[in-house]
Design a binder for this molecule. Structure first.
Ligand SMILES: Nc1ncnc2c1ncn2[C@@H]1O[C@H](COP(=O)(O)OP(=O)(O)O)[C@@H](O)[C@H]1O
Ligand SMILES: [Mg+2]
Length: 254
């Protein structure tokens, strides 16, 4: 009989409160190796909050299971857990200034995670950063320039290179194309498709645009008011949306 591999990331019954109110309630999610999972929903539905929990950036108020690569993320001491996240994951946000130092060179930004993980040879780190950047279509001749001088699309590619320089198992992306014009958006989606084709990296992509989910995700979760209200293989969600929010998102594509 066909058996699914073990999930690389798993959370059960997660809730999150902020500003004195409930933001997420009873969220359950499993991510499998090399899978691309999209989290979709309207603005304010809790997508970023859920992604931040999954990426170890904020702690859930409660949950019963939280495992990364089979390791219990609720049990370990903080520094140990933080290192596991740093090693296994990368994070790309809508606003590059959130994860990059815009005054530093692209190459230094990209190499940063390698130093954080203990690589001490600067030459090796910068070489790896350069290789990763070039594979993602960044021009070698501009890598020593500060990120501030780059266009929005190039900044996003620097972010993804920085998030992948250490070959993480999971890449988290929060609306990575929302701030881009349509041409830069198309180019960035090509970059994501390329990462997908290279294989080995699972992704969780937050987007309010189902067209992007359709392009790259194997599976889609739909969120509404802090709840996961639908979950389906992407094609199935597109052709047979059941929940009203899923239906509205599918209709908004046409
Ligand atoms: N730290 C916080 N303090 C207060 N409210 C928050 C906080 N983080 C998120 N929220 C609220 O939680 C809801 C979900 O936010 P968010 O996860 O950013 O949604 P989405 O990414 O789907 O737009 C929003 O109403 C937002 O204002
Ligand atoms: Mg958001």
């Amino acid at each position: 009989m066909f058996e699914l591999p073990s999930p690389i990331l798993e959370i059960t019954e997660a809730s999150y409160h902020a500003g004195g109110r409930m933001i997420l309630e009873n969220c359950n999610l499993k991510l499998y190796p090399s899978e691309v999972l999209a989290i979709v929903g309207c603005s304010g539905s809790g997508k970023t909050s859920l992604l931040n929990i999954l990426a170890g950036r904020v702690s859930p108020a409660s949950c019963t299971v939280f495992r990364l690569n089979g390791q219990d993320m609720l049990a370990g001491g903080d520094p140990v857990v933080a290192r596991l996240w740093r090693k296994a994951t990368g994070y790309v946000t809508q606003d590059a200034a959130e994860t990059l130092d815009l005054n530093m060179s692209a190459c230094a930004n990209i190499a940063r995670r390698l130093f954080e993980l203990g690589l001490t040879h600067a030459g090796d780190a910068l070489q790896r950063a350069q290789d990763r950047a070039e594979r993602l279509g960044l021009p070698a001749g501009r890598l020593s320039e500060p990120v501030r001088s780059f266009s929005g699309g190039m900044r996003q590619r620097v972010q993804i290179a920085a998030a992948m320089v250490h070959d993480p198992e999971i890449l988290f992306l929060d609306e990575p194309t929302s701030g881009l014009d349509s041409i830069a958006q198309a180019l960035f989606l090509e970059t994501l498709m390329q990462v997908r084709q290279e294989g080995g990296t699972a992704m969780i992509l937050v987007t309010h645009d189902l067209r992007i989910a359709r392009l790259i995700a194997d599976r889609v979760l739909v969120m509404d008011a802090g709840w996961i209200v639908a979950e389906a293989v992407t094609d199935r969600l597109m052709t047979e949306p059941v929940h009203p929010v899923a239906k509205a998102l599918v209709e908004a594509m046409i």
